[in-house]
Design a protein around this ligand. Structure first.
Ligand code: NAP
Length: 259
């Protein structure tokens, strides 16, 4: 399918690997020029090179922590007027909520709620003026189905979801959409890290934990970053202009409800 976005420009935050990289790759395949981002120089440069070679689009890597004002300024300085913004970031670590002090809570909120809001504030005006804008916030299944131990992540992302819900309705008439894309379990470095930690904690092997995790998912498998990226690119396409203010789950059926 032609997504109708060839020649558009996208900022994809936190995209040197994992879900962000997959979104960047799918947008590149659709002919979108990219700004990608991460904090590890080598990984970022390598991803930029890969994307240029595979899709032949312009790819500008921005080495920065997206949660900081300087990081955001660096992204916007190379692409002040993106047509597409994919908000992504690392997530707070698994931790008992009793152990979170005020600073840890503020850091988590900054990563997964404040940062995407600040970036939206900076780009949405020109999107409205131009009559085209696509914003996708990568959040989590935990927005709908909170997980104990990931309370800060769930709370910050749910806060973001509610925050942008009203904004989405206020810009829809200008062909600017804002949606949340909610991953369940996708096979990325972050997921593998969680599997390693669980195996150590239970004194068992990683393959046993992986198998148990897969069994809990109705699809009996983890999601692939590629399928996540393609869905994100579709949400950014001309065909998705009537989808806005939604939380779109990709979880292989893990969430047990139908709404
Ligand atoms: N994978 C899943 O199943 C799953 C499920 C639910 C929610 N999520 C959420 O989805 C997001 C992406 O997950 P993932 O699995 O793709 O993680 P990942 O494989 O660990 O990749 C994270 C990417 O973000 C970059 N990054 C992290 N912190 C950054 C920062 N402060 N500034 C700029 N770049 C940053 C990393 O590069 P550097 O480290 O070099 O900066 C890397 O490119 C996370 O918020 C995660 O919590 C994932």
């Amino acid at each position: 399918m032609d997504l109708g976005i060839r020649g558009r420009k996208a900022i994809v935050c936190a995209s040197s690997q994992g879900l962000g990289k997959a979104c960047a790759a799918a947008l590149a395949e659709a002919g979108v020029a990219l700004v990608i981002n991460g904090r590890d120089r080598e990984r970022l440069e390598q991803t930029a090179q890969e994307l240029r070679q595979s899709a032949g689009v312009d790819v500008t890597p921005v080495l920065a922590d997206v949660s900081t004002a300087q990081g955001q300024a660096a992204l916007l300085s190379v692409c002040p007027e993106p047509d597409i913004l994919i908000n992504n970031n690392g997530g707070p670590p698994y931790r008992d909520f009793r152990e979170l002090d005020r600073q840890a809570i503020i850091t988590g909120l900054t990563m997964n709620m404040v940062t995407p809001i600040e970036l939206i504030q900076r780009v949405i005006g020109r999107m409205q003026e131009r009559g085209f804008g696509r914003i996708v916030n990568i959040t989590s299944l935990s927005v709908k189905m909170p997980i104990a131990g990931l309370d800060l992540s769930s709370g910050a992302r749910a806060g973001l979801t509610a925050f942008v819900g009203g904004i989405a309705r206020s810009v829809a008439h200008r062909n600017v959409t804002i949606n949340g894309l909610l991953p369940g379990s996708f096979y990325t470095a972050r997921l593998q890290q969680g599997i390693r930690a669980a195996a150590q904690k239970d004194g068992t092997s990683e393959s046993v934990i992986e198998q148990q995790d897969r069994e809990r998912i109705p699809a009996k498998r983890f999601g692939t970053p590629a399928e996540f990226g393609q869905t994100c690119a579709f949400l950014c396409s001309v065909h998705a202009g009537y989808i806005t203010g939604q939380s779109i789950l990709m979880d292989g059926g893990a969430y047990p409800g139908v709404f």
